[in-house]
Design a protein around this ligand. Sequence first.
Ligand SMILES: C[S@@+](CC[C@H](N)C(=O)[O-])C[C@H]1O[C@@H](n2cnc3c(N)ncnc32)[C@H](O)[C@@H]1O
Length: 212
Amino acid sequence: MSPEPRPDPWLFDLWSRFYDAPWVQRLTYRPVQDAVLAELRAGGATRVLDVGCGTGLLTRRIAREPGVEAVVGCDFSTGMLRRAAHNAPGLLLARGDALQLPFASGRFDAVVSTEAFHWFPDPDAALAEFHRVLAPHGRLLVALVNPRAEWLSGATRTLSRWLGEPLRWPTRDRLRARVEKAGFRVESQRAVFRLPAPWVFPCVLTAAERPG
Ligand SMILES: C[S@@+](CC[C@H](N)C(=O)[O-])C[C@H]1O[C@@H](n2cnc3c(N)ncnc32)[C@H](O)[C@@H]1O
């Protein structure tokens, strides 16, 4: 069997140069981060891992949350990590692949991943890693585009493969099924309004718990 095609970090190294532009953040990424922070506050997490942390803007905001003792941002792009270190000197950052996280089992009580999960070439392996590094009753908060229909999910997958940077946007139901198959209990799934195309390609925040 041929290995799953995976995105190349060069795209993200390049993207890291524009990523922090205020209009990009305000219209696209910040609303999702706000939703994740609200969920984290409600759950009272103290040790948090941000997978696919990009330039670390959410990681830095989590670090400032009352009650959070430690937060680590993890990404496979050196460009993104360099920018994250520049944005917030002292932030704990690790270079690592979501499919093989460089952390001990049970180390965190929350794993968050915003706008990154669709890039992971083996979503089940990534979910297994999230499950492994979470302590019992730890929470998973994963936010990404969940297209409204299967055919949209398939079409974006085909197009992205053709462009050489394969991504997978699952429908909300498919993601729920995957998260449950990985051993989590799904608590909620809610759309977060952000641009672009919020009606056809809504970003959905899925909150789940690793049972005890
Ligand atoms: C669109 S950015 C999201 C960044 C940040 N979470 C946010 O919401 O602003 C996607 C990030 O996922 C990272 N990424 C993609 N595939 C990855 C993998 N297999 N392991 C770790 N990080 C990955 C990219 O380098 C990029 O920084």
